[in-house]
Design a protein around this ligand. Structure first.
Ligand SMILES: [Zn+2]
Ligand SMILES: [Zn+2]
Length: 148
């Protein structure tokens, strides 16, 4: 979703609700994670005392494969993000999101926020015991002679 922000930048006190989905097609390029469906984005953009803030939640489900035991499982995620929006950047503060031409590509921003937040190591449970290196037994389910 492209959010038009002209009024929000110009009118103090203005605020707007945002609801959109990032469709699966836009998530397919992300090779390290497999999205189970669209990302649901909901939040608000508001102008308080001339400062425009975007805050939103992103909800989605990923299909994971455990890094240790290779079990496949689904995991639901819900993250909250907040950014200050500016029209042009005269600082190096990267908490600011620069909205050229008063527009914001919310899908693109949401995808990059999510990728920065997701764990890099995926485990089906924190103490997953993994597979035996020798015989491949799932050590969460049974022991084998190599791990007695
Ligand atoms: Zn596991
Ligand atoms: Zn074994």
């Amino acid at each position: 979703m492209i959010v038009m922000l002209k009024e929000l930048f110009e009118l103090t006190g203005e605020s707007r609700e945002i609801n959109c989905n990032v469709p699966l097609e836009e998530l397919e390029g992300i090779s390290s994670y497999h999205f189970n469906g669209p990302v649901e984005v909901s939040g608000t953009v508001s102008n308080r005392a001339g400062i425009v803030t975007l805050s939103y939640d992103a909800k989605f489900v990923l299909d994971h494969t455990c890094d240790r035991c290779l079990k496949e499982f689904e995991q639901e995620y819900e993250y909250s993000f907040r950014h200050t929006l500016v029209r042009n950047c005269n600082t190096d503060n990267d908490e600011y999101v620069v909205c050229e031409d008063n527009t914001l590509d919310l899908n693109e921003l949401a995808v990059s926020d999510i990728l920065l937040s997701l764990p890099t190591k995926i485990l089906c449970k924190e103490d997953c015991k993994g597979l035996c290196y020798v015989c491949g037994t799932d050590l969460n389910e049974s022991d084998c002679e190599h791990n007695a």
